[in-house]
Design a protein around this ligand. Structure first.
Ligand SMILES: Cc1cc2nc3c(=O)[nH]c(=O)nc-3n(C[C@H](O)[C@H](O)[C@H](O)COP(=O)(O)OP(=O)(O)OC[C@H]3O[C@@H](n4cnc5c(N)ncnc54)[C@H](O)[C@@H]3O)c2cc1C
Length: 446
C-alpha cells in the first residue's frame, strides 16, 4: 500500500473532518493540519455565538480527531506567507484547502461606507475574540439596523439586544464583556427583503430570540405577506412552516414592555444609508412578493432612524496565493473537491473542502459530507498523484523553523485551552478566551 502524506490548510470543521475521514479510510495516510491561528476549530470557535454552548460541544469530537497520532496540528502557520503551494507540494502527496470564510460579502448601496456601518463578520470576529481584529467595538448606538435574513443576522441582533449579564457565564473574552457592558442598543431592526416563507432563519435560532426576558420580539404586520408560492413552500417544507409559525406568534404576541426590542421588518429592501458624516438612518423600500418567491419594489419608502447598521448579507472566502479562485462564486473552483485550474483541468493532488469548496452556506454538519466527497475523490485519484520530492514527516517542521515560524502543536493548544478554562473556572464561567496572539502563544508555551 502506498503511504500518503496530506496537508490540510485550515483547522475548521471541514479540515478536521477531512483529516479524520482520510486517516480512517486509508491506513497508510498521515495528515498535517496547517492553521493560521494558534487555536483550532475555525468558525466553531470564532463564529458560533458564545451563547450557543451546545453547538460548541462539537469541539470535543473535533478535539478527539486532533488527538489521533497520525494527525498533527501545526497552528500559527499562515498559508501564503509562511508557506506557498510549491512548499507543500515538496513535502506532501496531497494538499486539501479548507480555509473557509472570514470576511463580509459587500452590499453596494449608497452610504454603506459611512462611519457607523459595519460588516456582521467583523462584529462576529470581535465578540468571538478573534486575535486579528481590533479589541474595541463602538456600541453607543441606541437604535441599530441589521440587514439580512439569515442566522448570522439573528446572532448579531441577539448579541446587540441581549444584556451582557445574560452572557456572563459564556466564554466571552474580558474586552468583549467590557464592550458589551457599555452597549446602549435598545431597538434592533432586522430588515428582510422577502416574506416570512422566504427568510433563511433556522427555526431554533428564531425561537431563541424570545428566550431573553429583557427582549421583546416584534414582527411588523405589513410585511407579513404569504402568497400562493409561499403557501406551497409552507406545506411542503417543515422548517419553513416552523419559521412562519414562529414569526406569526411574534406578530400576535403582546409586548411585555421589555427594555430591549428586536423588530423584524419583512418585505423591506435596503436602499441607502443616510447621514451627515455618519449613519443617522436607513431608507428601505417596501416590497411585494411576485409569485415566484422573489420580491419587487413597491415605490413606497420608509426611513428608520438608526445610528449603526450591520450588513449580514453573507460571508466571503478569500483568494489564496497560487490557487485558482472563482471571484463570482467566492470559491476555489472544483469538481467533487478536485481543484480545477483556469481551463477547468484538475490540478493533480490539490483538493478543496468546506466553505471554500461550496460557498459560505450551511451548518457544521454539512462540512462532514463535503469532506467525505473530497476524500473519496482523493482516494480515487491516488494512482495518478505524483509522489512528493521530500516526503519525510520532519521536513515541513525544519522548513518552518528555518523561516522563524513559531509553530503551535496540538499539545501547545491543549495548554492554551486549559489556561482559558482555568481563567473561566476562577470566575464561575465556562472559559475566558485569550485574545491577543502574543498572549495566546505565551499560554500555549505554558
Ligand atoms: C457567525 C456564524 C455563526 C454560525 N453558527 C453556526 C451554528 O450555530 N451552528 C452550525 O452548525 N453552524 C454555524 N455556522 C456555520 C459553521 O461555522 C460553518 O459551517 C463551518 O465553520 C465551515 O467550516 P470550514 O471548515 O469550511 O471553515 P471555517 O470554520 O471558516 O475554518 C477555516 C479555517 O481555515 C483557517 N485559515 C484560513 N485561511 C488560512 C490560511 N491562509 N492559512 C492557514 N489557515 C487558514 C481559518 O483560520 C479557520 O480556522 C456559523 C457560521 C457563522 C459565520
Amino acid at each position: 500500500m502506498r503511504s500518503i502524506r496530506a496537508a490540510v490548510i485550515g483547522a475548521g470543521p471541514a479540515g478536521i473532518y477531512a483529516a479524520d475521514i482520510l486517516t480512517k479510510e486509508y491506513a497508510a495516510a498521515e495528515v498535517d493540519i496547517i492553521e493560521r491561528l494558534p487555536a483550532p476549530y475555525g468558525l466553531v470557535r470564532y463564529g458560533v455565538a458564545p451563547d450557543h454552548p451546545r453547538i460548541k460541544e462539537i469541539i470535543k469530537a473535533l478535539g478527539r480527531v486532533l488527538a489521533n497520532p497520525r494527525i498533527r496540528f501545526l497552528g500559527n502557520v499562515d498559508y501564503g506567507t509562511d508557506l506557498k503551494l510549491a512548499d507543500l507540494q515538496h513535502y506532501y502527496d496531497a494538499v486539501i484547502v479548507a480555509t473557509g470564510a472570514v470576511a463580509d460579502r459587500p452590499l453596494e448601496i449608497p452610504g454603506i461606507d459611512l462611519p457607523g456601518s459595519h460588516g456582521a463578520a467583523d462584529f462576529v470576529s470581535w465578540y468571538a475574540g478573534h486575535p486579528d481584529v481590533p479589541r474595541d467595538w463602538p456600541l453607543e448606538a441606541e437604535s441599530v439596523a441589521v440587514i439580512g435574513a439569515g442566522n448570522v443576522g439573528l446572532d448579531v441582533a441577539r448579541m446587540l439586544a441581549k444584556p451582557v449579564e445574560e452572557q456572563l457565564t459564556t466564554e466571552i473574552a474580558d474586552n468583549v464583556r467590557r464592550g458589551l457592558a457599555a452597549n446602549r442598543a435598545k431597538d434592533v431592526h432586522v430588515f428582510a427583503r422577502r416574506g416570512p416563507a422566504q427568510v433563511k432563519f433556522s427555526p431554533m435560532e428564531l425561537r431563541e430570540l424570545s428566550h431573553s426576558p429583557s427582549v421583546d420580539v416584534l414582527v411588523e404586520e405589513d410585511g407579513f405577506q404569504v402568497d400562493e408560492a409561499s403557501q406551497s413552500t409552507i406545506s411542503s417544507n417543515k422548517g419553513v412552516r416552523l419559521v412562519v409559525d414562529t414569526l406569526l406568534k411574534y406578530l400576535e404576541a403582546t409586548p411585555t414592555e421589555a427594555p430591549h426590542r428586536i423588530h423584524i421588518h419583512l418585505c423591506h429592501a435596503p436602499i441607502e444609508l443616510l447621514g451627515d458624516g455618519r449613519v443617522e438612518a436607513i431608507r428601505t423600500e417596501r416590497t411585494r412578493l411576485d409569485g415566484t418567491g422573489n420580491a419587487v419594489g413597491t415605490g413606497e419608502y420608509v426611513v428608520t432612524p438608526v445610528q449603526a447598521v450591520y450588513r449580514a448579507v453573507g460571508y466571503l472566502s478569500t483568494h489564496l496565493p497560487d490557487l485558482p479562485f472563482d471571484h463570482a462564486a467566492g470559491v476555489v473552483p472544483n469538481e467533487a473537491g478536485r481543484v480545477l485550474d483556469l481551463d477547468g483541468v484538475a490540478v493533480p493532488g490539490v483538493y478543496a473542502t468546506g466553505w471554500i469548496k461550496r460557498g459560505p452556506v450551511g451548518l457544521i454538519g454539512h462540512t462532514k459530507s463535503d469532506a467525505a466527497e473530497t476524500i473519496r475523490s482523493l482516494l480515487d485519484d491516488l494512482d495518478g498523484i505524483p509522489a512528493p520530492e521530500h516526503p519525510s514527516r520532519d521536513g515541513i517542521i525544519d522548513h518552518l523553523v528555518s523561516r522563524g515560524v513559531d509553530v503551535v502543536t496540538y499539545e501547545d493548544w491543549l495548554r492554551l485551552d486549559a489556561h482559558e478554562l482555568g481563567l473561566g473556572e476562577a470566575e464561575g464561567r465556562e472559559r475566558i478566551k485569550v485574545v491577543p496572539r502574543g498572549e495566546m502563544l505565551r499560554a500555549a508555551r505554558g
